[in-house]
Design a protein around this ligand. Structure first.
Ligand code: ADP
Length: 362
C-alpha cells in the first residue's frame, strides 16, 4: 500500500480509538456526574423534588447521549480531514526527497530540497542538500580533472608530432629530435607521477611514517638540497636560525617534499639578485616553517586558487616548469599530517607558511 493511504488509515485508526474511548469513558463517568447535578436540582426544587429524581436522571442522560451521537459524525469528518491534511504534508516531504534522490541518481547534481521548517524531515532535507552539494563538487572536480589532463597531454603530444614532422621534412636532425622527444616524455612522465600522487593525496591514501624530529633537521635538509640550484640562478638562499624550537611530529620525507616544492617555486619566481628566506618559529602547539621570497608576488585574486589542481597564475610562463599540482599535493600532505599550508603575498614577494604539530612532551 502507498504511504499516503497508509498514513491516512493509521491516523483514522487513532481517531476511531480516541472517539470510542471518549464514548466509553463518558458512559462510565456520566452516571456519577448526572447523579450529582440532579441532586443539586432537587435541592433547588424543594421537598417535592425527590419523586422527580428517576425522571430527571433519565432525561439528562438521554439528552447527553443524543448530543454525543449527533456530534460524533461531524467530529469524525473534521478529524478525518485533519488526518488527510497532516498525512499529505508528510507524504509531500517524502515525495520531494524521492524526486530529489532520483534527480541526483540521474546526474542532476544541482537539485536541492526546500529547507523550511524545524522538524526531522527538514533535517533530512538539510543533510540531503549537503550531500548533493558535496557530490556536485566531486563531479565538477572530476570533469575539471579530465579536461585538465586532456589539456596537459595535448601540448606535449602536439610537440612530439611537430618534431616527427620536422625530422621527416629534414628540418631537424634525428639527434635534435631525440633530445626534444626525451624532454617532452620526461615532462609527461612527471605529469603522470604527479597525477598519481595527487589522486592518492586527495583520497587520503598516502601512507605516513611519522616520527619526532628537530625542525632544524628539516630546515637543513631543505637548505642543502637547494643551495646549489639557488647559487646557479643567482638567488640568495638564507636559513634563519631555528632556536629553541620544540621537536615536531611529522613524516620527515613528506615534510621535506613540501618544503622542496615551496623552495622550487620561490626560486622559479624570484629574479636573479633576489633572495629567499627559509625560517621556522614556535607558535602555540605548532611549529611554523616559512618560505619567504622577493619575487613579484601573487595577485590577490589568484591567491586562493593556487592550491587548486593545475591552477597557474600565468599558464604560458610556467608551462614546462611544473605540472601545476605541486601546491595541491603540498597542501594535501600538510593536512594529512595534521598541519596546514597557507600563503600571503604582496608585490614585494610571497610568504608560504607550513604549519606542523609540535611533538607531545611526555
Ligand atoms: P607549478 O607546477 O605551476 O609550480 P604549483 O601548484 O606549485 O604548480 O603552483 C601553482 C601556481 O602558483 C604556479 O603556477 C605559480 O603561478 C604560483 N606560485 C607558486 N609559488 C609561487 C611563488 N613563490 N611566487 C609567485 N607565484 C607562485
Amino acid at each position: 500500500m502507498k504511504l499516503y493511504p497508509r498514513l491516512f488509515l493509521s491516523h483514522l485508526l487513532v481517531i476511531c480509538v480516541a472517539l470510542g474511548a471518549v464514548l466509553l469513558i463518558s458512559e462510565t463517568l456520566a452516571s456519577a456526574f448526572i447523579r450529582h447535578h440532579v441532586a443539586q436540582m432537587i435541592t433547588l426544587i424543594g421537598p417535592d423534588g425527590a419523586s422527580l429524581r428517576p425522571d430527571l436522571e433519565r432525561g439528562v442522560r438521554s439528552t447527553l447521549n443524543a448530543a454525543l451521537l449527533a456530534s460524533l459524525p461531524l467530529a469524525l469528518v473534521v478529524a478525518a480531514l485533519t488526518a488527510l491534511f497532516s498525512a499529505r504534508r508528510v507524504v509531500k516531504s517524502v515525495e520531494l526527497l524521492r524526486d530529489g534522490s532520483h534527480a541526483i541518481a540521474t546526474g542532476n547534481y544541482e537539485r536541492r530540497l526546500p529547507e523550511e521548517g524545524r522538524d526531522e524531515l527538514t533535517d533530512v532535507a538539510r543533510h540531503f542538500n549537503r550531500m548533493a552539494a558535496a557530490l556536485q563538487t566531486v563531479e565538477q572536480g572530476r570533469v575539471e580533472l579530465i579536461s585538465n589532463v586532456a589539456h596537459e597531454l595535448r601540448t606535449p603530444l602536439s610537440a612530439l608530432r611537430g618534431y616527427a614532422e620536422a625530422m621527416n621534412d629534414g628540418v631537424m636532425t634525428p639527434e635534435a629530435v631525440s633530445g626534444a622527444i626525451l624532454r617532452e616524455t620526461a615532462a609527461m612522465e612527471r605529469l603522470a607521477q604527479d597525477l598519481s600522487v595527487v589522486s592518492r593525496v586527495e583520497a587520503g591514501a598516502v601512507e605516513l611514517h611519522s616520527s619526532d624530529f628537530a625542525p632544524s633537521a628539516l630546515l637543513l635538509d631543505a637548505f642543502e638540497r637547494f643551495a646549489g640550484a639557488y647559487e646557479e640562478r643567482g638567488v640568495a638562499l638564507f636559513r634563519a636560525e631555528a632556536v629553541a624550537l620544540p621537536p615536531i611530529t611529522a613524516d620527515f620525507e613528506r615534510a621535506s617534499q613540501i618544503l622542496a616544492n615551496l623552495l622550487g617555486n620561490a626560486l622559479r619566481h624570484t629574479p636573479r639578485g633576489g633572495h629567499v628566506t627559509l625560517g621556522a618559529e614556535h607558535q602555540g602547539g605548532d611549529v611554523l616553517f616559512t618560505v619567504m621570497d622577493t619575487g613579484g608576488g601573487i595577485p590577490p585574486e589568484h591567491l586562493d586558487r593556487i592550491f587548486e589542481r593545475f591552477y597557474r597564475v600565468d599558464p604560458a610562463r610556467t608551462r614546462g616548469d611544473g605540472s601545476g599540482v605541486g601546491l595541491t599535493i603540498a597542501r594535501g600532505l600538510a593536512a594529512r599530517m595534521g598541519g596546514s599550508l597557507t600563503v600571503s603575498s604582496s608585490p614585494q614577494g610571497s610568504i608560504f607558511t607550513l604549519k606542523l604539530l609540535a611533538a607531545h612532551v611526555h
